[in-house]
Ligand binder design. Structure first.
Ligand SMILES: [Zn+2]
Length: 385
């Protein structure tokens, strides 16, 4: 990729700043909370219209339990590179009244603008830029926009994984880290519930006949917390404990809910297996363990670093320095990375306040982020032969 090619891409995207802003604000105006299918589908139809106007072939992947997902194909090359995003947000319909769409200086505020409707606009323009008639991309670009990412992607995970398996690499349009840095690692997150059923007894008359579910859960909490290894990025939080009925009854029931995070796949698997193997200390107590890692870790491995290196080179040609960092939460990129498909996350908008009242993006940075994604698509296409 020549410097001339890169400056042409930047010029293409800069000339479409108004399109980026108008697309972003239109999508933000169509509020799309994950559980509200009708609302998500309204936003999805708008996104589909815009994708078609840019020349993509759009397929609506209907879902009865969530909003419909969209699969947009740009170009007609052999093989494909995947752009991954979601159109659902964490905000309920009506949030616009509390967080009105507004421009203050360079900042564009609104619910879902940063996570991740501006990222969707960036991805659309980047895909259009590299699949124009005279563009050099040999592969198709497939943009998958899912409708349930903010609730764990239960309905879309299989789609995301199937599309990723067909792709040379996956570019995830989630928000950037502060300052615009990319996400070269994401912790995996698991949730486990430990339930104990003991033997109730009168605490005064015959406590020896009882087996306390609370004592059992207390012992299990210590066992689970011992699995933490902060130096390796493994953390354990027992966030919920419930149990017992009355002070004078040996408790029959108790439960604990545990959040586990890990940076490495092997650690996630090891900790999950250890939690599932837990045995009751008191044989009279029945212990049940449920749960798993909802999203596996996105490891900062050689594939990720190769993609990051390409993105950093593209950014330099655009006159920008591009950092990297670890994100504590997961995205759908965690699924694709765990399949062994090279994945780079945080390629969306620069801004702040995901899931927070001050959610915003930096308006003037939208064009170069679109050029960054476009340039990265060209690099990936040239590299993976
Ligand atoms: Zn997101």
């Amino acid at each position: 990729m020549s410097g001339k090619e890169m400056s042409e891409l930047l010029a293409f995207c800069t000339a479409r700043l108004e399109w980026l802003l108008e697309t972003t604000t239109t999508l933000v105006g169509l509020e799309s909370p994950t559980p509200d299918k009708a609302a998500v589908d309204r936003c999805g139809r708008e996104a589909a219209d815009r994708l078609e106007a840019l020349g993509a072939a759009v397929e609506v992947l209907t879902s009865r339990t969530t909003g419909d997902h969209l699969r947009a194909v740009f170009g007609s090359g052999d093989g494909q590179i995947m752009l991954l995003g979601h159109i659902d947000t964490v905000w309920p319909v009506g949030q616009l009244e509390r967080m009105p769409l507004r421009r203050e200086g360079d900042r564009l505020y609104g619910p879902g603008v940063f996570d991740m409707k501006a990222g969707v606009a960036i991805g659309m323009l980047a895909a259009a830029a590299v699949t124009r008639r005279d563009a050099a991309l040999g592969r198709r670009v497939v943009m998958l926009l899912t409708a349930d990412e903010e609730r764990g992607s239960g309905a879309s995970r299989a789609l995301v994984e199937a599309e990723a398996r067909r792709s040379a690499a996956v570019c995830v349009l989630e928000p950037a880290l502060p300052g615009g840095a990319l996400k070269t690692g994401r912790k995996g997150a698991g949730e486990f519930e430990l339930s104990a059923r003991g033997v109730p007894a009168h605490a005064g008359l015959e406590p020896e006949r009882g087996a306390s579910a609370i004592s059992e859960i207390a012992a299990q909490i210590a066992a689970v917390e011992a699995l933490a290894d902060p130096a390796r990025g493994v953390t354990v939080n027992v966030g919920v404990v419930e149990g017992g009925s009355r002070p004078n009854v040996v408790a029959e029931h108790a439960r604990a809910v545990v959040d586990v995070r890990a940076e490495a796949l092997a650690d996630a698997r090891r900790v999950a297996a250890a939690v599932r193997r837990l045995q009751p200390r008191d044989k009279r107590v029945a212990l049940t363990v449920r749960g798993d890692f909802g999203r596996p870790p996105l490891e900062r491995n050689a594939d990720v670093l190769r993609l990051y290196g390409m993105a950093r080179d593209v950014a330099r040609e655009l006159g920008r320095e591009l950092g990297e960092g670890l994100a504590g939460g997961g995205s759908d990129g965690n699924f694709t990375a765990a399949l062994g498909v090279p994945t780079l996350d945080g390629l969306g908008a620069v801004g702040d306040g995901a899931h927070a009242l001050h959610e915003h993006v930096d308006a003037s940075q939208l064009p170069w982020r679109a050029a960054l994604v476009a340039g990265l698509l060209l690099r990936i296409d040239a590299h993976y032969r």
